[in-house]
Design a binder for this molecule. Structure first.
Ligand code: SF4
Length: 219
C-alpha cells in the first residue's frame, strides 16, 4: 500500500491531462470532462456509459437519480462511493444523452484503459451494454450476461469483469431492479476471491489433480 499516494498523484495528473481532451466531437458540447471519482486504489471499479446532464454540470460521475441508486446499492453491501472508483466509457456528455457512437468510444477508450491500469482493481463491474461490450470484447448484451463474472485481462492485469444492469435502466423497471440487487449482493464474495495468475506450462504438473474449486466462473 506504500505506493498509494504516488498512484493517486499519477491518476490526478492523468485526469488533468484528459481535462482538455478534444479527440472527439463531444468536446464541443460538454461543460467539462467527467474523468471519474473515488478511491484511486479501489479493489472495486464501476464503469458506466457516459455523463448525463447533472454529471456534466458537476464534473462527477453518477450524481443524478442513477447515482443515488448506485449509492444505495453500495450501502447494501457495506460500501460507500469513496471506497470504490466510478468512471464511464465516455468522459464527455453526448448531446441530449444519446447513445455513444462507435467512433466516440474508439476515441475515448484509451482513457478508460489507462484508468484501469492505474487503479488496478480486482473487480470491474460494468454497468449496462456499452461498458460490458467494450470491456468484455464480446457483442453479447447485458440481458444475457448480467451477473456472470468473467476473468479477463485489462490494463495488463487479470481482473474479474462483472456485468450489471445500468442503475438508470433499473430506476423505473422494478423487475430489473430486483435482478440488479441480487447481482450486487454477490460483489462481496467476488471481491474476496483471489485471482490466480495463469501458471507457466509445467510438464511435471500435467498429471496433477484438478485445481481446487476456487476456479472462476466463465461464460
Ligand atoms: S469523450 Fe473522451 S475522447 Fe471525446 S473529447 Fe471527451 S475525453 Fe476526449
Amino acid at each position: 500500500m506504500s505506493a498509494v499516494p504516488v498512484e493517486a498523484n499519477d491518476l490526478q495528473a492523468y485526469a488533468s491531462s484528459v481535462a482538455s481532451c478534444t479527440r472527439c466531437r463531444l468536446a464541443q458540447g460538454r461543460t467539462q470532462v467527467v474523468f471519474g471519482s473515488g478511491n484511486p486504489s479501489a479493489d472495486l471499479m464501476f464503469v458506466g456509459e457516459a455523463p448525463g446532464f447533472h454529471e456534466d454540470k458537476q464534473g462527477l460521475p453518477f450524481v443524478g437519480q442513477a447515482g443515488k441508486l448506485l449509492e444505495k446499492l453500495l450501502a447494501g453491501i457495506g460500501l460507500h462511493r469513496s471506497d470504490v472508483y466510478i468512471a464511464n466509457v465516455l468522459k464527455c456528455r453526448p448531446p441530449g444523452n444519446r447513445d455513444p457512437q462507435p467512433d466516440e468510444i474508439e476515441a475515448c477508450e484509451s482513457h478508460l484503459f489507462r484508468q484501469i491500469e492505474m487503479i488496478e482493481p480486482t473487480v470491474v463491474a460494468t454497468l449496462g451494454n456499452f461498458a460490458t461490450k467494450l470491456l468484455s470484447g464480446r457483442p453479447l448484451g447485458i440481458t444475457r450476461v448480467h451477473g456472470q463474472e468473467q476473468e479477463t485481462t485489462l490494463g495488463g492485469r487479470s481482473v474479474l469483469l462483472y456485468p450489471l444492469y445500468h442503475p438508470a435502466a433499473a430506476l423505473y423497471t422494478p423487475a430489473m431492479l430486483e435482478v440488479l440487487e441480487s447481482d450486487f449482493a454477490r460483489l462481496p464474495a467476488l471481491l474476496g476471491r483471489v485471482l490466480v495468475p495463469t501458471p507457466e506450462p509445467d510438464l511435471a504438473l500435467v498429471a496433477a489433480p484438478s485445481p481446487p474449486a476456487e476456479q472462476l466462473g466463465l461464460f
